[in-house]
Design a protein around this ligand. Structure first.
Ligand SMILES: C[S@@+](CC[C@H](N)C(=O)[O-])C[C@H]1O[C@@H](n2cnc3c(N)ncnc32)[C@H](O)[C@@H]1O
Length: 255
């Protein structure tokens, strides 16, 4: 994908760490957004420290993983289903960061990690492909994220839930695929209702109260959400901290 001028200007003015990276490298390896920019946005609200063990869940081509390892000295388990671990390893080696980024090909529903393993899990533009089931956080995240560990989410979605009707203004560009998008409030409740996480912060990705549009989703131009009226769809971020309630208790809640 290629970023529009608006996105390029925004990187230069607001994302100095992202601006250090070759825009062509990002464009070639991004899968629908700008994962480096979104990782930088999350790094402003998550205190990444050298040596922390981080999973980049649904990392795609692992460029956000490479970015976090290089900029913050964290060890990143670059975990993805559709992309080959060998391809990601090649990119990791080319970036010279093979001591800090480990490529893993795995389904998030069958992750090979030990319980309480991660200090942080980040998830950039991929949660809506697998994370929206009511039991996803309890069954597949709460166990591997250690107590006090953080989950950082960057995602695209409507400003508010449409609640039964697609807005008239969005209909001309609406695609069936867009049923996977949910609002920031929807996601906050998704975490809150598990009682296993405390929401630390939730806002738009720039933290300036408005949205951010980043080009098309597919090379053929569909669905072209960048043409959606500005203000209805936006990029969000959310940070939730894992508390000490054991996830094993979940099914003991009266079911
Ligand atoms: C839109 S891409 C985003 C990738 C990357 N984070 C980025 O921003 O470039 C969504 C990613 O979710 C991953 N994904 C979808 N379902 C998955 C699953 N069940 N387990 C692991 N990863 C999954 C895909 O492999 C894909 O790379």
């Amino acid at each position: 994908m290629q970023y529009d001028d608006r996105t390029k200007a925004l990187i230069t003015s607001k994302y100095p760490l992202t601006a250090k990276y070759d825009i062509k490298w990002i464009e070639e390896n991004a899968m629908g957004s700008n994962p480096v920019l979104l990782a930088e946005s999350l790094s402003r609200v998550i205190d990444f420290k050298p040596g922390m063990r981080v999973m980049d869940m649904g990392c795609g081509k692992a460029i956000s993983s490479i970015f976090l390892a290089k900029e913050f000295g964290v060890t990143v388990y670059a975990t993805d289903l559709w992309n080959d671990a060998t391809d990601n390893w090649k990119r990791i080696c080319e970036a010279g960061i093979q001591d800090k980024v480990i490529p893993i090909k795995a389904d998030v529903h069958k992750l090979p990690y030990a319980n309480d393993y991660f200090d942080a899990i980040i998830c950039i533009n991929s949660f809506n492909f697998y994370g929206h089931s009511d039991v996803f956080l309890t069954e597949y995240v709460a166990n591997i994220l250690k107590p006090e560990g953080v989950f950082g989410l960057a995602f695209y979605g409507p400003t508010n839930e449409f609640n039964g009707k697609i807005l008239e203004k969005l209909k001309p560009t609406w695609h069936t695929f867009e049923c996977i998008y949910h609002s920031l409030d929807w996601h906050k409740w998704h975490f809150e209702k598990t009682t296993l996480f405390d929401i630390e912060m939730a806002d738009d990705v720039d933290g300036d109260g408005c949205g951010l549009l980043m080009g098309n989703f597919f090379d053929d131009g569909t669905p072209d959400l960048s043409k959606a009226p500005f203000g209805y769809m936006r990029w969000n971020r959310l940070v939730a901290r894992r508390n000490h309630v054991p996830p094993e208790k979940f099914w003991e809640g009266g079911m």
